[in-house]
Design a protein around this ligand. Structure first.
Ligand code: HEC
Length: 256
């Protein structure tokens, strides 16, 4: 467990390392080696401290563990480490993760912990997923969280098959099927706030991909030709990319 460095307290080392090992998942990113000469992404240079993670762990055990498991591997709530974490939060900023916990966790009683306490818990999640501690604490200063991307040592990678994603594109009918053309690259997303995400995407440029849409019901005739946001599960086939659609949200009545 070299990734934890030598400054860990035994307790911390035990709790974090155990979480990953017991789960048999390995640490989502710890094993990723850096290739090329690109500078390491910020999150790899120590974005929080060991003490902060320790505080986070105390609060996590009190507020979150009964649903997400003492070792973070899940229970009533999903696992917060390994493949599930990298699929849902990879290539996104720590701000999105913080927002999720701040506004929605625990469900129905978001105010059981202060923002600072929740930020400490976020550092536990990062440490448990293999990101290294450093010399200064993670803070809520403007930009501190939005600039911190959850990525491997080589930076953002395309979302894997099975990830919940969003794309923008033009809706086109294709025989019995539907597809989006001028599609952007799939980006990891959530279903938490489809309308707000579509609004935030209004000015984002379109791309050059084509993505087939599966499981659209009812038929989206009224949105034909619109610029829209598609959310759903990404399926990377040998020949093309599909999305198992969970939401379509119109952005403009014409495209582009
Ligand atoms: C009462 C049970 C419960 C408690 C307590 C709870 N959660 Fe959750 N959590 C859930 C459920 C259920 C989901 C999945 C539904 C959703 O995403 O809203 C979830 C989802 C999440 C997610 C997103 C996981 C993913 O991969 O999409 C994170 C992160 C999270 N919880 C963190 C926390 C943290 C941190 C706390 C403590 C402050 C906490 N939760 C407390 C039940 C709980």
């Amino acid at each position: 467990m070299v990734y934890l460095g030598l400054t860990m307290t035994p307790n911390f080392r035990k709790s974090v390392a155990l979480a990953a090992v017991v789960a048999g998942l390995g640490l989502a990113w710890a094993a990723s080696a850096q290739t090329g000469d690109k500078p390491l992404p910020k999150i790899w240079s120590g974005a929080f401290t060991v003490e902060q993670v320790e505080r986070g762990r105390t609060n996590y055990l009190a507020r979150c563990a009964h649903c997400h498991g003492e070792d973070l591997t899940g229970g009533d709530g999903p696992s917060l480490i390994g493949g599930n974490f990298s699929r849902n939060w990879g290539s996104r900023s720590v701000e999105r993760l913080f927002k999720k916990v701040k506004e929605r966790m625990p469900p129905g009683e978001e105010f059981v912990a202060t923002d600072a306490e929740k930020l400490d818990i976020i550092t536990l999640l990062l440490a448990a997923n293999g990101f290294p501690p450093g010399k200064s604490e993670l803070t809520l200063a403007p930009g501190a969280l939005s600039d911190l991307m959850i990525v491997g040592k080589n930076g953002p990678e395309p979302p894997p098959s099975g990830a919940m994603i969003e794309v923008l594109g033009c809706l086109v009918e294709d025989g019995a099927d539907w597809k989006v053309t001028s599609a952007t690259d799939p980006m990891v997303s959530t279903m938490d706030d489809v309308k707000a995400d579509a609004k935030a995407a209004e000015k984002r440029p379109l791309g050059s991909g084509t993505i087939r849409l599966l499981d659209i019901y009812p038929k989206p005739d009224a949105l034909k030709g619109h610029k829209l946001m598609v959310k759903g599960l990404l399926i990377r086939g040998p020949k093309d990319t599909h999305v198992n659609v969970m939401a379509l949200e119109s952005i403009a009545a014409q495209c582009p």
